[in-house]
Design a binder for this molecule. Structure first.
Ligand SMILES: O=C(O)CCC(=O)C(=O)O
Ligand SMILES: [Fe+2]
Length: 207
């Protein structure tokens, strides 16, 4: 079954991106999809996940002082991953129709943060390339408590905290990649999420 984002919801999201540059959502991904994603993640955590790197291509390096999550890329051929990607594609089409954002493709990875893991403050748009336009973070943690840590903090242009988001299952955060530095605070418990990025085509931007 393919879930649908309503036109009214797409209007709300588009308006928020224009007004504030970000939005927190809780009803976009159906519960059965969230649970299937979580189950898959837990089943594969010890086999498929690799230490995350920073940067791209030859600049790519593993720096555990900055981030210490382990990741696994979503695959369009996998039927559970595809459910999530299909919702993201509806978002892409809906936002392109409303805002002419030119979103071209979507890449995303599962990320597991073991107790003590964090991701220091950073921007998602990669050095030397501006093709990550809209960042998405979807959380997969049932029963997250306030003292479990692992909050996602979004900062404003003056580096003041703007939002502190608990990584509860079902919460989706969307923000403009170039505008919001953000960090993952050290987590006390294993913390599961899917981070993704809508990109514009390199060809459109002359890279
Ligand atoms: O899991 C999160 O809350 C965000 C992760 C993140 O910022 C990233 O992978 O770029
Ligand atoms: Fe990030």
């Amino acid at each position: 079954m393919v879930s649908q984002i309503s036109e009214a919801m797409l209007d709300v999201i588009a308006d928020a991106l224009v007004d504030k540059g970000y939005i927190l959502l809780s009803d976009i991904i159906p519960d059965y999809v969230s649970l299937a994603l979580l189950e898959k993640m837990q089943a594969e955590q010890n086999i498929e996940f690799k230490k995350a790197a920073i940067g791209r291509g030859i600049e790519q390096q593993i720096n555990t002082e900055v981030r210490c999550d382990k990741i696994s890329w979503l695959d369009n051929q996998d039927h559970i991953d595809r459910e999530y990607i299909l919702v993201m594609n509806q978002l892409k089409d809906g936002l392109n129709r409303r805002l002419f954002m030119g979103l071209f493709d979507f890449e995303s990875h599962y990320a597991v943060y073991e107790p003590g893991a964090f991701y220091k403050k950073h921007l998602d748009s990669l050095h030397g390339s501006q093709n990550r336009i809209l960042s998405t973070v979807f959380f997969l943690n049932p029963d997250w408590q306030e003292n479990d840590g692992g909050e996602l903090i979004l900062y404003d242009e003056s580096d003041l905290p703007l939002e502190v988001v608990n990584p509860n299952i079902g919460t989706l955060v969307l923000f403009l990649s170039e505008r919001f530095p953000h960090e993952v605070r050290p987590t006390m418990k294993t913390r599961n999420s899917i981070a993704g990025w809508f990109r514009v085509s390199n060809a459109n931007h002359g890279f």
